[in-house]
Ligand binder design. Structure first.
Ligand SMILES: [Mg+2]
Length: 274
């Protein structure tokens, strides 16, 4: 896949996640749009995974701690061929496994997540197990900045550094907002870089919408031997849709027919311009 095709895919994935959220009349719109570029790069440029051999023990692991942005994960997994995209027509319907949080009943999903602060602790266990088994695969997680204050994250960070888990990559989708306001207002976590470094991790910052920059940072670890890797990915909630960017109500807002049409038009125009 060329770099241009990867950029086009980011736009196409945005269109798809909006389509299924619009149809289901439910979803975490803003957060899915902020992390979709990260998922696109992970699944198409970084993770060593094979949809036809998903249970291969040597595969890289990706566990989405910010499980509520599951629509981004579902469209990415469908695009990689883990299941037919038509399955997503059932999103949030009675008896569908395609619900508002990741579940292992969906092919390609490594862990049930969505209760906040669980992904990183699970990844610490996965990373430690890989080290004990002398395996070389990597473990990735995506954290929301709204879930970062959860105590379990900081406990996990302490343990990851103690066991020198340099095969672990925690990516922060740093869109600076959460459900009830800005991080600054709800629970200030800054200075994040200083805090995480003080816990014994190696930290890099990146533009979370710059596909090339994401690929470079995610494929060039460990950043320091013996240290777990933390990536602060600066993102924009609602990225790609003019009226959603940075606007809190789109945390789980669903566009009406008119606004949905506008969003798709904006993405069509963006794709044509690439
Ligand atoms: Mg956030």
């Amino acid at each position: 896949m060329t770099d241009r095709e990867l950029q086009q895919k980011s736009v196409q994935l945005r269109k798809k996640l909006l389509k299924y959220i619009y149809q289901a009349k439910a979803g975490h719109t803003g957060g899915s749009l902020s992390c979709i570029d990260i998922l696109n790069v992970l699944y198409n440029r970084v993770l060593n995974i094979d949809p036809d051999d998903f249970k291969n023990p040597d595969r890289d692991r990706y566990i989405q701690s910010k499980g509520h942005s599951v629509e981004a994960l579902f469209v990415t997994l469908a695009d990689r061929g883990f299941f037919p995209e038509s399955d997503l027509e059932t999103l949030c319907q009675y008896q569908s496994h395609y619900i508002g949080h990741p579940t292992k009943k969906v092919r390609g999903v490594e862990q049930n997540t969505g209760a906040l602060g669980h992904g990183l602790p699970i990844c610490v266990g996965e990373s430690l197990a890989a080290k004990m088994d002398h395996k070389s695969h990597r473990i990735f997680t995506l954290l929301g900045d709204g879930e970062l204050p959860e105590g379990s994250n900081w406990e996990a960070m302490l343990i990851a550094a103690h066991y020198k888990l340099d095969n672990l990559y925690a990516i922060l989708d740093y869109n600076k907002q959460q459900i009830t306001g800005s991080n600054q207002e709800v629970m200030n976590t800054e200075p994040i870089k200083d805090k995480v470094e003080a816990f014994g991790w190696s930290v890099k910052e990146v533009d979370g919408h710059d596909l090339k920059a994401l690929e470079d940072v995610l494929n060039n670890g460990p950043f320091a031997e013996g240290k777990p890797n933390f990536i602060i990915a600066h993102t924009i909630k609602g990225k790609g849709i003019s009226y959603m960017e940075g606007v809190l109500k789109w945390h789980h807002g669903v566009p009406n027919e008119e606004l949905y049409a506008q969003a798709q038009k904006e993405l069509d125009d963006l794709e044509l311009a690439l």
